[in-house]
Design a protein around this ligand. Structure first.
Ligand SMILES: Nc1ncnc2c1ncn2[C@@H]1O[C@H](COP(=O)(O)OP(=O)(O)OP(=O)(O)O)[C@@H](O)[C@H]1O
Ligand SMILES: [Mg+2]
Length: 458
């Protein structure tokens, strides 16, 4: 939050005069403002500007105010929307409120009423964001136990996380999308001596270069047009805690230099300022890109890479730790049943087989989404293949694609047996023949995994 600013207000009106007048008024009142001339433009601005209050006209030629309220709430869930309507079209204002707007004002506007309403809306938005943050902090009570995984690679990773958490070492987390990089970063913070301090995250890919710089390092009043007050950057916000630089590969070259300086000297200057700021921040960076490759291409500074890569944690993709799939599926089933107030369900053998055969390009996130959906869709007490999204499984050859290192022999055996069973329509005899092992061995393994074959004659 901008120190000194009373908060961010986005003003949306198709009439330029009205827009500018409101912006001027609210800027004078001490708010940071941005404007947009229609609903679509407003939606475009929201993600970056993150307004706490949106003040919008209702009647606009392109995407009206009611639609803006509906859609905007998904982008800035804690923002309060105030709608302005011409006297006599209260109906639309009521509709806007039903869609989630906070309050409405009739035109011509009473400026005193307006400032009072904006102030109240701002308070409300802050409270809502704060409550959400507190709730999230509670949910996130991240002990390492929240990282589910039995696979040897995850066990090793867990030990490493516990070890590095104790220090202030910079950590680089590398892994495909959805593998749990953010979860691990949070676990590092919550298991570190600085856990009482803030855990701040910034997605480096989400902002344009100029915005990213002031977001990271903050800016002084007057640093650029619109910088009406000094603003703290994420480094200052994270003082005493941990800063996660997500998608770190996306930091532009010019900023890489500034980041390098911070990592070396633990100091920086705000945009537009000379004052040297010192903060005590632990940096954790995450990426799904191959940074060494980017270094070779000259798109990422080598010196910065080495500074970030003091300790590298590699999170393996889900398909390389198949034994975790059922464990995670079970975990998410329980979690989402609990959260939705539904009874706990079981996974059918066929569903387990389908989960194991799918390569999960979206990794744990994709699995969680699939399980959440299944929990909600399944009306009985068992989740079957039909409740899972069409897991367009790769061909059999592909799903046995061996990742060494990555899979254990036990996992290979399991994948082979399950696949043979699939092909054999569940007959343990036929599967055993395919694999050249005894039927008893197949049955024994199934029992071990808590499964039973469906296709066998009774
Ligand atoms: N081992 C795990 N145990 C429990 N939940 C997990 C695990 N790994 C990931 N998740 C969950 O999966 C989801 C995705 O994880 P996360 O956001 O940490 O992935 P990510 O690697 O940061 O992805 P991206 O690269 O897309 O940012 C989260 O909801 C997270 O809680
Ligand atoms: Mg992430």
């Amino acid at each position: 939050m901008s120190a000194g600013s009373k908060g961010r207000v986005l003003i949306v009106d198709d009439e330029a005069n009205a827009r500018e007048a409101l912006a001027e008024l609210l800027t004078d009142e001490g708010y940071t403002t941005a404007t947009a001339s229609d609903g679509y433009k407003a939606l475009g601005v929201m993600g970056d500007f993150e307004p706490e209050v949106v003040l919008t006209d209702l009647k606009m030629p392109v995407l009206d105010g009611v639609s803006l309220v509906k859609r905007g709430r998904n982008i800035v869930p804690h923002a309060a929307f105030l709608v302005m309507t011409a006297f006599g079209s209260i109906d639309t204002a009521v509709e806007a409120i039903k869609s989630g707007a906070e309050n409405y004002l009739t035109k011509p506007l009473d400026m005193n009423a307006l400032t009072a309403l904006v102030e109240r809306a701002m308070e409300k938005a802050r409270l809502s964001a704060e409550t959400a943050q507190l709730r999230k902090a509670l949910d996130n009570k991240l002990s390492l136990d929240n990282i589910v995984g039995d696979h040897p690679s995850m066990q090793r990773l867990g030990k490493l996380v516990a070890q590095v958490a104790r220090s202030r070492t910079t950590v680089l987390i590398h892994g495909e999308t959805g593998t749990g990089k953010e979860l691990i970063a949070a676990a590092i913070h919550h298991n570190s001596p600085r856990k009482a301090g803030p855990f701040v995250r910034l997605n480096c890919a989400s902002l344009a270069e100029s915005l990213l710089e002031s977001e990271l390092f903050g800016h002084e009043k007057g640093a650029f047009t619109g910088a009406v007050a000094r603003r703290q950057g994420r480094f200052e916000q994270a003082d005493g805690g941990t800063l996660l630089l997500d998608e770190v590969s996306e930091i532009p070259m010019a900023l890489q230099v500034k980041l390098l300086r911070f990592l070396q000297e633990r100091e920086f200057e705000r945009v537009g300022g000379n004052e040297v700021v010192h903060v005590d921040v632990r940096i954790v960076a995450a990426t799904n890109r191959d940074l060494t490759g980017l270094v070779k291409e000259g798109r990422f500074r080598e010196d910065l890479f080495y500074r970030l890569n003091v300790v590298q944690l590699d999170v393996p993709p889900l398909r390389a730790r198949k034994s975790d799939i059922t464990l995670l599926a079970q975990h998410f089933m329980e979690k989402h049943a609990r959260e939705n107030g539904l009874t706990q369900k079981d996974l059918s053998d066929a569903a387990i087989r389908a989960l194991l055969m799918y390569p999960w390009p979206g990794n744990v996130r994709e699995l969680e989404n699939a399980m959440e959906r299944a929990v909600v869709l399944a009306t009985g007490d068992s989740i079957d293949v039909g409740h899972l999204p069409a897991l367009t499984s790769s061909s059999e050859a592909e799903s046995l694609n061996v990742m060494v290192p990555g899979v254990t022999l036990a996992e290979l055996e399991r994948a082979a047996i399950l696949q043979a069973l699939e092909v054999a329509g569940g007959s343990t005899q036929a599967a055993a023949e395919m694999l050249g092992i005894s039927r008893r061995k197949v049955q024994y393994r199934l029992k071990e995994w808590g499964m039973h074959a469906k296709g066998d004659p009774e």
